[in-house]
Write a protein that binds this ligand. Structure first.
Ligand SMILES: [Zn+2]
Length: 168
């Protein structure tokens, strides 16, 4: 039965290709911290967002160096996660170039935001938009520019918003 060998090879090859197609490339471990979500929905950042997420990581490194501990709340959001948390349709989170975080204390978080308003150039990656959600536990939304295409910096303060809500 000489045809069994080639047929088995062809089937094995087909299964291999199907397996390859169905499995998206694994998210690099250093980027996993930027794919957290409390929604329980799938939230693996696709490869085209990885360069942006690496720039977010670099910005966070600078923030940690200057301001100390950073509590990450949300960075990359899949379309489903973005819809679930009430994000705007063109949210920079969808492209992996926004991050929401808190510093160790409310005072530090507010101070960090104000220092960026007076000197935006201190953020690695260039600021496109930054929002201070000024609640009892304030948090910052930082959106980075695309390299060579900056529409910012824009700063705003949102008050009277719940601790979970994020409309950017
Ligand atoms: Zn945000």
């Amino acid at each position: 039965m000489t045809w069994i060998g080639p047929a088995a090879l062809a089937i094995a090859g087909l299964l291999f290709l199907l397996g390859k197609r169905e499995r998206p490339p694994a998210v690099p471990p250093e980027l996993a911290q930027l794919a957290l979500t409390s929604t329980g929905l799938p939230n693996d950042p696709p490869p085209e967002t990885w360069p942006n997420l690496r720039r977010v990581l670099a910005a966070l490194e600078g923030i940690r160096a200057r301001w100390g501990r950073v509590e990450l709340l949300s960075a990359y959001r899949s379309p489903a996660v973005n819809a679930a948390v009430g994000g705007v349709a063109d949210s920079l989170h969808l492209e992996g170039r926004a991050v929401d975080f808190r510093l160790a204390t409310p005072a530090l978080t507010r101070q960090c935001f104000e220092s960026w308003v007076s000197n935006p150039a201190q953020v690695a990656g260039a600021i496109q938009e930054t929002i201070l959600y000024d609640t009892a536990r304030p948090r910052i939304h930082l959106g980075l520019c695309l390299p060579g295409a900056c529409a910012g910096p824009r700063f705003s303060v949102h008050e009277g918003i719940s601790d979970e809500q994020d409309n950017a």
